[in-house]
Design a protein around this ligand. Structure first.
Ligand code: SAH
Ligand code: SF4
Length: 358
């Protein structure tokens, strides 16, 4: 059975090379093509002999995620939809800013949490991405950009800490010195507040950045945005954030999606300031990108500015997420959902492949 090359440990590649009568130094060349030159297939590995390329094709799987759609916004944001061999799709985004490029990657197909305002949760979890598929997202974006990104945020579809082992394998390859070699400090992992995952992640002993989606300073408020099934209490989440900070020394980011009339009052801001200060954290305000039929809307600009200045007034570090790619189904999961809808229109019945999606 063929296995993916991009997750193959060095020792296994060395053993395989020996078994096909190839010298050990070929391993460095193959990994260089895979991790540094983002090769899609052995055809591109120019310094390998033809017989080795043929053996590689026989034994390994190369790129599984194929770009099926691309949407570019006027500001340069480039959103890609990748289709895997089973037809499941996932989105990843290349986001340019003045001095850097950030990739926003997905960790699952669909999402088990199902926040009421989020397109990704529509239809629940379809399946986990395996480590090789998560890496495919990364490498497809690297190829498109022609270089490594400056930063990666796992803020696409899915709850990374609920796909823990696959996600960690991918992360360790992206940060592995013998593999891609990016610094963990350049990587941010966003969670809806999955406490067991945060605790485990803290114990990895690496300086990844953690972002936690709180969205409300009260448990009642959170219940209006996040279904019960995977929702933890604010007390448990803030304890976990403190633990993360103490274990890693990294300042946690509290993400707060601002929804009109639901979590945007002065009182909410004051309560949030207390929680955030108690965790030595900072806040990233995300004005809602309204998803069709969700019934939620974004507060107006003055309300957002007021919320921000209440937090600042209490000494809390705050950033407001700048809008990127607004004309391209920018909210998390929207491109995939619009693709599924088009598919269903062209091919009635196809939506059954992903239960309950539409
Ligand atoms: N599941 C993880 C990571 C993916 S979502 C999490 O929830 O943190 C990444 C961020 O995008 C979260 O903070 C989420 O609240 C936000 N988000 C999702 N849908 C959004 C929308 N329609 N508008 C604004 N932010 C949204
Ligand atoms: Fe899942 Fe995050 Fe979307 Fe909630 S916001 S449904 S946790 S992807």
């Amino acid at each position: 059975m063929k296995i993916p090359l991009n997750t193959l440990p060095g020792t296994e590649l060395a053993a395989w090379l020996k078994s096909v009568g190839q010298p050990a130094y070929r391993s460095t060349q193959i990994f260089d093509w895979t991790y540094r030159k983002f090769a899609d297939s052995p055809d591109e590995m120019k310094n390998l002999p033809a017989d080795l390329k043929a053996e590689l094709v026989k034994s390994f799987i190369f790129r599984q995620g194929r770009e099926t759609r691309q949407e570019k916004a006027a500001d340069g944001t480039n959103k890609l939809l990748l289709e895997f061999t089973d037809g499941a799709c996932v989105e990843c985004v290349i986001i340019p800013s003045v001095e850097r490029f950030t990739f926003c990657l997905s960790s699952q197909i669909g999402c088990p949490v199902g926040c009421f305002f989020c397109a990704s949760g529509t239809g629940g979890l379809v399946r986990n991405l395996d480590a090789s598929e998560i890496l495919d997202e990364f490498f497809v974006c690297c190829r498109k950009l022609g270089q490594l990104p400056d930063n990666i945020v796992f803020m696409g579809t899915g709850e990374p800490l609920m796909n823990y082992s696959n996600f960690m394998s991918a992360l360790n390859i992206i940060c592995g010195e013998k593999q891609v070699g990016m610094s963990p400090r350049r990587i941010t992992v966003s969670t809806s507040g999955f406490v067991p995952g945060i605790m485990k992640f803290a114990k990895e002993g690496k300086p990844w950045n953690l972002a936690v989606s709180l969205h409300s300073p009260t448990d009642e408020g959170r219940a209006r945005l996040i279904p019960d099934k995977h929702r933890y209490s604010i007390k448990e989440i803030s304890d976990a954030c403190r633990f993360y900070f103490n274990e890693t020394g990294r300042i946690v980011t509290i993400e707060y999606t601002l929804v009109k009339g639901l979590n945007d009052s002065r009182d909410d801001a004051l309560k949030l300031a207390d929680i955030v200060s108690s965790c030595s954290a900072k806040v990233n305000l995300i004005p809602l990108n309204a998803v069709e039929k969700s019934g939620f809307s974004r507060p107006d600009r003055s309300k957002i500015a007021e919320f921000e200045s209440t937090l600042t007034g209490k000494g809390v570090p705050v950033t407001v997420r700048i809008e990127k790619g607004d004309n391209i189904n920018a909210a998390c999961g929207q491109l995939r959902i619009s693709h599924l809808k088009e598919d269903a229109q062209k091919n009635p019945g196809s939506e059954n492949q992903e239960p309950g999606n539409l």
